[in-house]
Design a protein around this ligand. Sequence first.
Ligand code: NAD
Ligand code: DAU
Length: 351
Amino acid sequence: MKKTILVTGGAGFIGSHLVRLMLKKYSDYKIINLDKLTYAGNLENLTDVEIFPNYEFVKGDIVDAEFVNQLFADYNFDSVIHLAAESHVDRSIEGPLEFIMTNVVGTTNLLNAAKDSWKNNFTNKLFYHVSTDEVYGSLGKEGMFLETTPYDPRSPYSASKASSDHIVRAYHHTYGMPIVISNCSNNYGSHQFPEKLIPLFINNIKNNKALPVYGKGENIRDWLWVNDHARAIDVIFHDGKNGDTYNIGGHNEWTNIDLIKVMCKVMDEKLGRPVGESENLITYVTDRAGHDMRYAIDATKLKDELGWVPSLQFEEGIRNTIEWYLENEEWMNNITSGDYESYYEQQYAKR
Ligand code: NAD
Ligand code: DAU
């Protein structure tokens, strides 16, 4: 094997797409997927690739330093691609501590274990930290986030991610650890847990449930197909400059309400409903506390330096995504049984 790579959070939404890409593209890399399997982690996301001989799954918690240290001793990793995180803003508003533990303490545990295991010999080693555009704060009508935009996180989630970015950079500057960081905009695609806008609303439209639009629905997000994010991570992992940061985004801004109307229209077509019917499910509810107004990524650096551009247009991507959720009813049913219903009641009853 050319490399042994630890991917954390590989059973989650983006992590599972990355693991699939790496396994299919690099038969000479051994991929170890470490995941705690929280509510958001789902091994069903990887059933098509779990039989690959160069794949191994390990269940474990990055907050457990002893466990993490032992894992590094057992596997002698060459590189880490770190995606494990608590990732949902609404949950961070309800309970910030879990976010600090996993996103800040967990990241620091991984850095410590990597540093000890690599014994300050960093030749051909890399710690790749996957982060978010939310660390840059919230934009007004104009402008885009650049890699040089000052950090201004505003939710417990984004503050915990910003904190972890700073710690990763500190290990680079203080100990010389080779690192790269990427900050990506909102992802959409298959296998996303239905607490996030797109899969939640697809599921609600299908089941004729209310569509809880926060505030006036005027907030703007910049949507990127999840496989294009995984492609970008692959490129940055191989060709990114040591110590650098790369923004990843789709140049694809939508107000929430416009996006929701497109989803309603496509769903009406797919479900054989009169076009316009599902829009009746739109219900304006109390806004998210501290709701960031607009995110928009300038990904020029990634394009100019490493040649990455998104491969899929949004109009096609959202159609494919809707089709995937409609065709994979069992995946959705398995996920929405159990604790999901009580989370949903608790999150939305008060709005
Ligand atoms: P996700 O919530 O779908 O998956 C997170 C995964 O991490 C899950 O499989 C979960 O079980 C695992 N995990 C959580 N806590 C853990 C712990 N303590 N130890 C080990 N594993 C643990 O998240 P996602 O949307 O796939 O996001 C992945 C990464 O990408 C995160 O770091 C997130 O901040 C970042 N990101 C996400 C988006 C997006 O739009 N979803 C955009 C930019 C960046
Ligand atoms: O920008 C990258 C970030 O995108 C990632 O770092 C996060 O992990 C990811 O969860 C996502 O954060 P958002 O808060 O933007 O995503 P979410 O899907 O929760 O919400 C998208 C928009 O839709 C946001 O403006 C809030 C709104 N919304 C969301 C939900 C769940 C609603 O109006 N109603 C809802 O029920």
